[in-house]
Design a protein around this ligand. Structure first.
Ligand code: ZN
Length: 104
């Protein structure tokens, strides 16, 4: 039991390390016409980057991202999948703890 609680505490520390997370995906559009496939007569290579995600009401939200901040937002997306995995492990650990509690 003590082992399990320690395991959970360890997982919570891991979870905290990647708590800087966001859900969503990054895509780019033409900076001028705002479309993924440019329709401008005079083509520009300038792209605008954005994060698309669904909020708690399942509404799609778009956040524009400066190109210089792409590495940061990519890391935050990776943190999201890490935190999800850790959350699953915490659930498994909590089930083990719950089962042990019932035996007493
Ligand atoms: Zn365009």
């Amino acid at each position: 039991m003590k082992d399990l609680v320690e395991r959970r505490n360890g997982l919570l520390r891991e979870f905290e390390k990647c708590s800087d997370f966001v859900r969503g995906s990054i895509n780019s559009v033409c900076a001028k016409c705002n479309r993924a496939r440019c329709i401008c007569e005079t083509k520009t290579s300038r792209r605008a980057y954005r994060l698309t995600y669904k909020n708690s009401e399942q509404k799609t939200r778009i956040v524009y991202i400066q190109e210089s901040r792409l590495p940061k937002i990519r890391k935050m997306i990776v943190n999201y999948s890490k935190s999800r995995k850790i959350m699953e492990q915490i659930i498994e650990t909590n089930i083990e703890i719950f089962k042990k509690e019932t035996k007493h």
